[in-house]
Design a protein around this ligand. Structure first.
Ligand SMILES: [Zn+2]
Length: 74
C-alpha cells in the first residue's frame, strides 16, 4: 500500500518503473476509468522483448536485442 503525500505525489515501485521505462523525466498519462486510475507510460519499448529503451534511441530495440540481431546476421 502506498500513501499519497501532501502535494499529491506517489512513488511508483522500482520494478514497475524499470518494466515500463519510467526513467527520470519520462512522460506518463493518467487515465480515469470511472472506478480507478490507470497510469500509462508513453516511454518507448523494445519491439522484440518489450524492455524499456531511451527516448532518443534511433532503433526501436534495446541494446541486448541489437546485439542479438547483429549476431544472427553474421
Ligand atoms: Zn529487446
Amino acid at each position: 500500500m502506498r500513501k499519497v503525500d501532501k502535494l499529491g505525489r506517489i512513488v511508483i515501485p522500482m520494478e514497475l518503473r524499470q518494466k515500463y521505462g519510467l526513467f527520470e523525466g519520462a512522460s506518463i498519462e493518467f487515465l480515469d476509468s470511472g472506478d480507478g486510475i490507470t497510469v500509462k507510460s508513453s516511454a518507448p519499448t523494445c519491439k522484440l522483448c518489450g524492455k524499456a529503451i531511451s527516448a532518443d534511441a534511433s532503433i526501436p530495440l534495446c541494446e541486448k536485442c541489437i546485439c542479438d540481431v547483429r549476431e544472427t546476421a553474421r
